[in-house]
Design a protein around this ligand. Sequence first.
Ligand code: PGA
Length: 263
Amino acid sequence: MRKMIVAGNWKMNKTPKQGIELLVKFFKHYDFERSMIDESARAFPEVILFPPFLNIADAASLCGGWDVKVGAQNCASFSDGPYTGEVSASMLRSVRCEAVLIGHSERRTHFGEAGKALSAKIDQVLANRMAAYVCVGESLKERNSKKHFAVVTGQLKEAIFHLKVEKLRNIVLAYEPVWAIGTGKTASPEQAQEMHAHIRNIISKKFGSKAGQKIRILYGGSCNPGNAFDIFSQPDVDGGLIGGASLNPRDFVNIIKIAAIVK
Ligand code: PGA
């Protein structure tokens, strides 16, 4: 049985002060709901937040008391040195950051991230004992021209095919169709399942069926408390990467609650 994950991607929102206020509200709801489903505590999902860089150290101190992890939305593809404006994986690790989002479509679109730079970032993350949350997903044009499976396969190859199978322990995948991110259009549960099964199949073929069965694949793209149940109940969906709704503590906790009871 794969443990579900609910991840919150705050994107470029919240000052450090606003971030703490959001966390305080989140923990108020989270604590209450968690105590309500104590009996099934083992089914409670892993929860991880990806705030902006400036919030990570504070968030990690606050979240430590609650079994909630904190990750970063990006990191450098180099270990250290003259790379003005970059933040290295080891710097992140030093403030108790436990994971890094890699290859989010907004970084691919606005910052031209692709190919070797992404696989190098993943290497940095893994070398610093963090988990890499690797995002893949097709554009609407690619889906309409029926290239979506090939596009996602290509993104996976580029990002993680160079890894040894044991490294997959620290890889989480997120399928985020670009046309569903921040648009209010979600993939249907069937579309999500179909792509998640394809991704698992690719991983099984490359790394063996045990690795394929073990790897967790999150869905992301306009996920909210109204659609999370149907999506999370699909057999190959292991939770969600939540953008907009993670900024609303009540909605985010409701999504966590759904992940706790759905399977
Ligand atoms: P969204 O974002 O939930 O606001 O669509 C998801 C993401 O970009 O990770």
